[in-house]
Ligand binder design. Structure first.
Ligand SMILES: *[C@@H]1O[C@H](CO)[C@@H](O)[C@H](O)[C@H]1NC(C)=O
Ligand SMILES: *[C@@H]1O[C@H](CO)[C@@H](O)[C@H](O)[C@H]1NC(C)=O
Ligand SMILES: *[C@@H]1O[C@H](CO)[C@@H](O)[C@H](O)[C@H]1NC(C)=O
Ligand SMILES: *[C@@H]1O[C@H](CO)[C@@H](O)[C@H](O)[C@H]1NC(C)=O
Ligand SMILES: *[C@@H]1O[C@H](CO)[C@@H](O)[C@H](O)[C@H]1NC(C)=O
Length: 371
């Protein structure tokens, strides 16, 4: 207890230093608060900047060598360094977006945005129940932030912040994987089609709620090719290194239905604008052709053990030993399922600037520029 408190205090001080230095290096931003377009982040480990440090869970990576690049400190981000939202924030001239659960002494630390993302989270309450902050609970936290901001800044200001803000989501992958790691009666008693509809139905209800609260600009990543990550590609022992087929089918179905659901939302909700990045394609491209993108390894993790370092022992998780690569910039994957900072930077660039066949109908830069 005492030691976890001191860790969070150190973490807190550290991020203050980091965010103020990031403001300083951008210069001239003393009145960021009043005019900046905020960034609110929802999702899973791809985006979790440390929320899971504050809940009772084993889905946590706040220990070395996580954070070895850039932060030189294990912030809870499941990577060697920065995540996609960190690069998006940088492009948008925002400071690092703080995790919702991070303690703070500043009243309006959330006016640039907040991250609600939680490693392991899905849209379904049935996905890793009790050990993650699922998407519905993330929405509830956003409603709490709304109440807090209203009492500090007034309704009109909050309305302005929310309608200008960008809401970034990556969710669904854990829902599709969960039935292969535990018994899921929801999965077992429904068709694949129906199960995927539940995932997307729960995601779209949250999107609609955020829209109701004033959100107009949304960024989405479809579910990445995690069926081909080191962790998944060792599941079939007879075919090590190949994508894990049972999940491939679910991911493909999900991504097709998700794109359809978003274009339906755009027709239904007036003023709803979105960017959908085809993360599945951009990740798979890098797994299959690493050298084109400056990586030496697309299929093997930098940190972990066993074949392809696909066993998730990175950082001595559960007391098991692990290997750590010498040069992380050679690798697409940092651990069995999570990317390196270098990979995150590339994907963030595609989300920010991508042409419409990569990120569309808008890219994130365009969404930030709308008033
Ligand atoms: C902030 O917005 C106001 C109008 O809402 C505008 O007059 C002012 O120039 C803006 N300031 C900055 C720093 O962009
Ligand atoms: C699923 O349930 C069966 C029977 O209850 C049990 O034998 C099996 O270990 C369970 N599988 C997982 C992954 O929990
Ligand atoms: C959300 O998921 C639950 C299962 O957790 C399902 O019963 C419900 O129908 C889903 N909601 C939508 C709108 O699809
Ligand atoms: C790591 O790899 C990158 C790219 O392959 C190279 O530029 C860099 O010099 C290497 N760093 C070290 C310490 O070997
Ligand atoms: C997007 O379109 C460009 C040409 O406009 C093409 O070179 C590129 O391969 C396309 N990317 C994808 C992912 O389809």
């Amino acid at each position: 207890m005492a030691s976890s408190r001191s860790i969070s205090i150190i973490f807190f001080i550290y991020t203050i230093i980091l965010s103020s230095s990031s403001i300083n290096c951008k210069g001239n931003n003393n009145n960021l608060v009043t005019n900046q377009t905020a960034l609110f982040v929802f999702g899973d480990s791809l985006f979790d900047a440390g929320n899971n440090n504050y809940i009772d869970t084993t889905f946590r990576s706040n220990f070395w060598p996580y954070g070895q690049t850039t932060f030189k400190f294990p912030t809870g981000r499941i990577s060697d360094g920065r995540l996609i939202p960190d690069f998006i924030a940088e492009n948008a001239w925002l400071p690092l977006i703080p995790p919702n659960l991070q303690p703070s002494n500043s009243n309006n630390q959330f006016t640039y945005g907040v991250s609600f993302a939680s490693a392991g989270a899905g849209s379904l309450v049935e996905t890793f129940p009790g050990t993650v902050i699922n998407l519905g609970t993330q929405l509830n936290s956003f409603m709490n932030v709304e109440r807090m901001l209203r009492s500090e800044l007034g309704n009109a200001e909050v309305k302005k912040i929310f309608s200008r803000a960008v809401y970034l989501f990556h969710i669904g992958g854990n829902d599709l994987f969960y039935p292969f790691s535990a018994n899921s009666s929801l999965f077992q008693s429904n068709s694949i089609e129906k199960f995927v509809d539940f995932v997307i139905g729960n995601t779209t209800s949250v999107i609609k709620q955020v829209y109701k609260m004033g959100g107009r600009k949304f960024g989405f990543l479809n579910v990445g090719a995690y069926d081909c990550a080191p962790g998944a590609s060792i599941l079939d022992r007879t075919n090590i290194g190949s994508c894990f087929k049972p999940v491939t089918e679910l991911v493909d179905l999900h991504n097709k239905k998700f794109a359809d659901a978003l274009s339906r939302l755009q027709r239904e909700l007036s003023g709803f604008r979105y960017a959908l990045h085809d993360y599945h394609t951009s990740l798979l491209e890098r797994i299959n052709n690493p050298s084109i993108y400056g990586f030496k390894e697309g299929k093997k993790g930098c940190c972990g053990s066993g074949p392809l370092r696909g066993i998730n022992t990175c950082g001595n998780r559960m007391g098991q030993s692990f290997e750590l690569c010498e040069n992380v910039t050679d690798y697409l994957f940092f651990d069995s399922t999570h990317l390196t900072e270098k990979a995150h930077r590339q994907i963030a660039e595609l989300i920010w600037n991508g042409p419409p066949n990569v990120t569309g109908p808008y890219n994130l830069k365009a969404l930030f520029e709308f008033n």
